[in-house]
Design a protein around this ligand. Structure first.
Ligand code: GDP
Ligand code: MN
Length: 349
C-alpha cells in the first residue's frame, strides 16, 4: 500500500497492522499523535478511548510521531490496541530542532524571562520545538503527506461519548476546514509580539485575509489587539490542504522568520487559531459540540452544552477543579472559556 511505501522510505519508521478493517466509505484521513516513549501509558489510554468510542467501527489508521526512535516495547504495546494500521514515524531534525539562525543568547534570555514569570514550559526548548513542529511541519511529514484530513490526539485524553458518525466524512462532506471542541485563552506572556507579527503580515498580504473571516473570534476591537482566544489544539480535526496552502505557508514562514517560537514561546494553538479565523471563511470552522472530550483540567461535555448559544456564553466560568467547557456560538460569536484555575494550566498546545 502507499502507507507502506511512505514509511519504507523513512528508515526509522515501522508499520504494523497493515490489514485494514472492513471497507467503509472512509475519508482520506488519519489520526496523528506526537509522543515520546515515556508517554506510553497515556498513548495507550488515549488510543483505547478513541477506538472504543469511535474507531473500532471505522478503522482509520494511526500515525504516531516521535523526535526519537520508538522503543520496541512501545511499538509492541501500542500495536495490540487496534486492528487499524499504525505507522510509527520519526520527526526529522530539520522539522524539530531549534534552527541554527536563531540567536541562542536571545532565546535563552526569553526562556529565563518566562521562567521568572512562572509560565508553564517557560524554560523548555523541547516544548518550543513541539509547538513549532505542530505549527508548521507535521502536515509536511512524509507519513502525513498522503492524507488530507487529520484528527490530532494527545496522550492522556479521554472521549466520553460514543461517536455515532464519522467526523472525517462530516468535514469532507461539508467542506469544513477546521474543527474544535474546546477554546481557551492563551497566557499572554508566551506570545507578546505574535499579534504585531500577524498585523504586519496582513498589511503586507491583504489578499489572504478572507472577506468572510472570523476576526471577532480573535479580536474584540476589530483587529487592533488579540483577545488571546484560541481553539485548544490538542484536539483538532482539520483539513491539511489549508495548512499546505499558499496563505498558511506564507503566514508560517513570516512567523518563523520572527523567531518567536524560540524568543517567546508561541504555541501552535494561537497560531492555528489565528490563521483559521482570518484566512478561512468562518462557515468552514466547526465546533464539534457533540464530541465529549477531556484533556487535563478542561473538558467539553455535549450534554451540558446549551443549544441556544450566545456571544457571552463563557461569562460565568464554573468554580471548582473541574472546568466544564462552556461553548459559545458557532465561530465568529464564539466560544471562549477561561478556566477558573491558574492561567498557567493552559498550555500552548
Ligand atoms: P500541553 O498539552 O501543552 O501541556 O503539552 P504536552 O506536554 O501535552 O505536549 C503536547 C503534545 O506534544 C503531546 O502529544 C506530547 O506527547 C507531545 N510532545 C511534547 N513534547 C514532546 C517532545 O519533546 N517529544 C515528542 N516526541 N513529543 C512531545
Ligand atoms: Mn497535552
Amino acid at each position: 500500500s502507499s502507507d507502506l511505501s511512505a514509511s519504507a522510505a523513512l528508515p526509522s519508521s515501522v508499520v504494523v497492522n497493515t490489514q485494514q478493517t472492513e471497507p467503509h466509505q472512509r475519508a482520506n484521513a488519519t489520526f496523528v499523535m506526537l509522543c515520546r516513549n515515556t508517554d506510553l501509558n497515556g498513548v495507550v489510554s488515549s488510543m483505547q478511548s478513541v477506538e472504543d468510542r469511535f474507531n473500532r467501527k471505522y478503522g482509520y489508521g494511526w500515525i504516531l510521531l516521535n523526535d526519537e526512535e520508538f522503543t520496541e516495547e512501545f511499538i509492541e504495546r501500542v500495536s495490540v490496541i487496534t486492528k487499524a494500521p499504525i505507522q510509527f514515524g520519526r520527526v526529522p531534525p530539520e522539522m524539530w530542532v531549534q534552527p541554527a539562525w536563531i540567536d541562542e543568547e536571545r532565546a535563552r534570555k526569553g526562556r529565563l524571562s518566562l521562567v521568572a514569570q512562572r509560565v508553564i514550559y517557560g524554560g523548555s526548548v523541547s516544548y518550543r520545538n513541539m509547538c513549532r513542529f505542530n505549527s508548521g511541519f507535521f502536515y509536511k511529514h512524509e507519513l502525513l503527506l498522503p492524507y488530507r484530513y487529520y484528527w490530532r490526539v494527545e496522550p492522556d485524553v479521554q472521549f466520553f461519548c460514543d461517536i455515532e458518525y464519522d467526523p472525517f466524512r462530516f468535514m469532507q462532506d461539508e467542506g469544513k476546514i477546521y474543527g474544535w471542541t474546546i477554546s481557551l485563552l492563551e497566557w499572554e506572556a508566551t506570545i507578546p509580539s505574535l499579534w504585531t507579527a500577524v498585523k504586519e503580515f496582513i498589511t503586507r498580504n491583504p489578499q489572504y485575509l478572507h472577506e468572510d473571516n472570523a476576526m471577532e473570534f480573535v479580536s474584540a476591537d476589530g483587529g487592533a489587539t488579540y483577545n488571546q482566544c484560541h481553539f485548544w489544539s490538542n484536539f483538532e480535526i482539520a483539513d491539511m490542504e489549508f495548512w499546505r496552502g499558499e496563505a498558511y505557508e506564507a503566514f508560517f514562514q513570516y512567523l518563523e522568520a520572527k523567531g518567536g517560537f524560540y524568543y517567546e514561546r508561541w504555541g501552535d494553538a494561537p497560531v492555528h487559531s489565528i490563521a483559521a479565523a482570518l484566512f478561512a471563511p468562518r462557515d468552514k470552522l466547526h465546533f464539534f459540540r457533540d464530541i465529549g472530550y477531556r484533556h487535563e483540567h478542561f473538558q467539553h461535555c455535549p450534554a451540558r452544552a446549551p443549544l441556544a448559544l450566545t456571544a457571552n456564553a463563557n461569562a460565568d466560568a464554573e468554580e471548582g477543579e473541574e472546568d466544564e467547557h462552556v461553548p459559545g456560538a458557532p465561530v465568529g460569536k464564539v466560544s471562549s472559556h477561561v478556566g477558573a484555575g491558574e492561567p498557567g494550566v493552559v498550555g500552548g498546545a
